[in-house]
Design a protein around this ligand. Structure first.
Ligand SMILES: Cc1cc2nc3c(=O)[nH]c(=O)nc-3n(C[C@H](O)[C@H](O)[C@H](O)COP(=O)(O)O)c2cc1C
Length: 192
């Protein structure tokens, strides 16, 4: 599982939310958990000449990102809410690729103010549909995220911990269901 932390702003809180979720996913025990920080990934604005569905990438950064996403068996996006939506850096990272996302479980962790990141995560769903991702209904939404921050990091309450557990259980279940779907897709690609 790749935990993808989406915000790139200096002073961002997401790194602490992402670290908390990574620890929760490791403790769950069903996933080999990796961390992807979109700041470190540092993709430029989409600069590929061809539609990503063709997989004819021309830039080394796209080939590297493709290899990362193709090798993952599940994702969790940790996204802030900016102006009632998710952040642009995340959309850019999604748009770079196509088939690499397909038939993979996706979990969403949103955070923000009174709306708890729900407007951001709801807006993500049609985009993830277009990429054929299987989004878990169970999600983590954190209201007034700064109230959960301490010098030691992000401290979840019982409700947030329980929602993370439910989402991880569902991602494990979706992973088992989708494995055959990905094998069929691989065969279709191999025949071309
Ligand atoms: C550009 C910007 C727009 C924001 N818009 C919203 C918003 O529409 N709704 C909300 O609940 N919080 C909003 N916030 C507050 C953020 O959710 C909060 O600052 C959060 O910590 C941002 O995540 P980050 O620190 O990881 O960047 C906004 C913050 C920024 C920087």
């Amino acid at each position: 599982m790749f935990v993808v932390v989406a915000s790139t702003r200096p002073g961002r809180v997401r790194i602490r939310v992402g670290e908390w979720f990574r620890a929760a996913a490791e403790a769950h025990g069903r996933f080999d958990v990796r961390f992807v920080d979109l700041t470190a990934l540092a993709l430029p604005f989409m600069d590929e000449p061809n539609h990503p569905r063709l997989g004819t990438y021309t830039r080394q950064h796209t080939k590297d990102w493709s290899a990362v996403v193709a090798g993952a068996d599940a994702f969790v996006f940790v996204t802030p809410e900016y102006n009632h939506g998710y952040n642009a850096v995340l959309k850019n990272a999604l748009d770079f690729l196509h088939k690499e996302w397909a038939d993979k479980p996706m979990g969403l962790v949103g955070y923000g103010g009174i709306a708890a990141g729900t407007r951001a995560t709801q807006q993500l769903k049609p985009v993830l549909d277009a990429l054929r991702m299987a989004v878990a209904v169970e999600a983590v939404n954190i209201p007034f995220v700064t109230n959960f921050l301490s010098p030691e990091g992000f401290r979840a309450n019982d409700v947030i911990e329980a929602s993370a557990g439910a989402m991880l259980d569902e991602l494990a279940r979706l992973g088992r269901l989708l494995r055959p779907a990905r094998e069929v897709a691989d065969l279709a690609l191999a025949r071309r």
